[in-house]
Design a protein around this ligand. Structure first.
Ligand SMILES: Nc1nc2c(ncn2[C@@H]2O[C@H](COP(=O)(O)OP(=O)(O)OP(=O)(O)O)[C@@H](O)[C@H]2O)c(=O)[nH]1
Ligand SMILES: [Mg+2]
Length: 451
């Protein structure tokens, strides 16, 4: 058999998502907009969220990835089919539609097993991908820093690895799609080995980055007391809030699309009482965030794990917010951040009345990150919660130790100072880190836990 593609020549195939990242990405023409059919199963396992709103979100994901949805199919089924996810008859029907509508790719609402994907592609004679592949693709397109890129590529490769086995036959039938140019099996075998090597390399790189970050974090804690992280469902308004709070519009990237932010952005800000803190904007979460992606993002989410307080931003203009909130909390649990105190902030009060949300979340606040409405109240609550984590002590420092006095001012919140003979008595609020460094100068017992 003669390969029509001369060796060494690169090609631009009909791009689209679900393709390999890294070195392969140079081959993809992103200007081409794929035509998509969405497929969902309305079953007992839909876990509370109506299938229509799930499909709306999937459509939004697809359009964020740069493709056009031309049709939607929802099948009622008690449980997804283990071989083809939907029924075989339905799959044949979708094949007919895909031919008629000149569709490139069929996107499924839930994660397909490698076997389901293989079987479906055989029936459709075109790519069948799932929600996970779409999310990975969006992250791949949006990643900007070397770290973000490595994390996404790692997640993509880990997702693709089990899917490469045995797909040679179907791949050679397709006009475009994941690695379709090769003669099937042989090329896949080569890719497989290369992918495993690449995975190991990326894992090592990310461990190195993570340890550098941990050191930086320790350094940072020497000079400042507390830090907060803004977390929440994608598109809730986290970056808009950071911009508002730090008084730097345009600092953090804001966009009405999913996953506008990928890499954390940390800024310094002042609380109403004058205390300086760090505040970080973070990547948004989404329902069924790919498992590999959460794993990969653990390093990026260090700022969340290190935080003293989480501002959990919720798009209050959505009719139902319960699912968004539980998704965010579950991802926080996955990364080990579920014990950090959290304040729920319903955002976009300029767009809708948000007071009904307060019934289920009495300690929450309603704000508009756009107009600033409610922000003052939110800040008062944040200050109160942060302050409640600090303990108050009296330090006795010799007046001759100007260096130490300066250190106390840097690392603690000084409430009152009084000269007594040769010493300066300083009443201060200390967090755990400052306590460790200054404990030998503490006079007497802890005065109280908070104000
Ligand atoms: N009306 C209104 N729109 C808002 C408000 N806050 C944010 N938005 C809009 O909501 C969209 C998403 O805002 P972002 O700040 O990018 O949201 P995010 O949570 O950072 O989103 P990701 O980074 O994609 O997860 C943008 O179109 C914002 O202009 C608000 O208080 N009111
Ligand atoms: Mg953002």
């Amino acid at each position: 058999m003669v390969d029509a593609q001369p060796k060494g020549q690169t090609t631009t195939h009909r791009g689209g998502f679900g393709h390999l990242g890294g070195e392969e990405r140079g081959f993809i023409d992103r200007s081409f907009r794929e035509r998509i059919i969405l497929v969902g199963v309305a079953s007992e396992t839909n876990k509370g969220q109506p299938i229509d709103s799930q499909m709306d979100e999937l459509q939004q994901l697809v359009s964020t990835a740069g493709a056009d949805v031309v049709h939607r199919v929802i099948q009622k089924k008690t449980a997804p089919d283990s071989a083809t996810y939907i029924g075989r008859g339905k799959a044949e029907e979708i094949y007919g539609m895909a031919e008629d509508l000149d569709v490139d790719t069929v996107v499924f609402n839930e994660e397909l097993s490698p076997a389901q994907q293989f079987n479906l592609e055989k029936i459709f004679k075109r790519s069948a991908i799932d929600r996970t592949a779409v999310i990975l693709d969006i992250f791949a397109q949006n990643a900007s820093t070397p770290e973000g890129k490595s994390q996404v590529e790692l997640a993509q490769l880990q997702y693709l690895l089990p899917r490469l086995r045995g797909r040679g036959g179907t791949l050679s039938q397709q006009a475009g799609g994941i690695g379709t140019r090769g003669p099937g099996e042989t090329r896949l075998e080569i890719d497989r080995r290369r992918l495993v090597r690449r995975i190991h390399k990326l894992q090592k790189q990310l461990v190195d980055i993570s340890s550098t970050r941990a050191n930086q974090s320790k350094r940072r804690r020497k000079s400042v007391n507390q830090s907060i992280a803004i977390v929440g469902y994608t598109n809730a308004g986290k970056s808009t809030l950071l911009n508002y709070l730090t008084g730097a519009p345009g600092d953090a990237f804001v966009a009405n699309r999913l996953f506008a932010t990928l890499d954390p952005l940390t800024r310094k800000m002042q609380l109403p009482g004058g205390e300086k803190i760090f505040i970080s904007d973070t990547v948004g979460f989404v329902r069924n965030l790919p498992h590999h992606l959460v794993e990969a993002f653990k390093t990026t989410l260090d700022v969340v794990i290190d935080a003293d307080l989480l501002i959990h931003v919720v798009d209050g203009s959505k009719v139902r917010t319960g699912k968004d909130i539980s998704v965010v909390r579950s991802v926080l649990g996955d990364i080990g951040a579920n014990n950090i105190p959290e304040i729920v902030v319903f955002n976009k009060s300029d767009r809708a009345s948000l007071s009904s949300h307060m019934i289920d979340h009495p300690n929450s606040v309603c704000v508009s990150a756009k107009t600033g409405e409610g922000i003052e109240k939110m800040m008062a609550k944040i200050s109160e919660l942060l302050r409640s984590q600090l303990s108050v002590y009296e330090l006795l420092i010799p007046l001759s130790r100007g260096d130490l006095i300066a250190q106390v001012h840097r690392e603690a919140q000084v409430l009152v100072e009084d000269v007594q003979e040769e010493n300066l008595v300083m009443r201060v609020r200390l967090d755990a880190f400052a306590y460790e460094r200054l404990k030998s100068y503490i006079r007497g017992e802890k005065l109280y836990d908070s104000l």
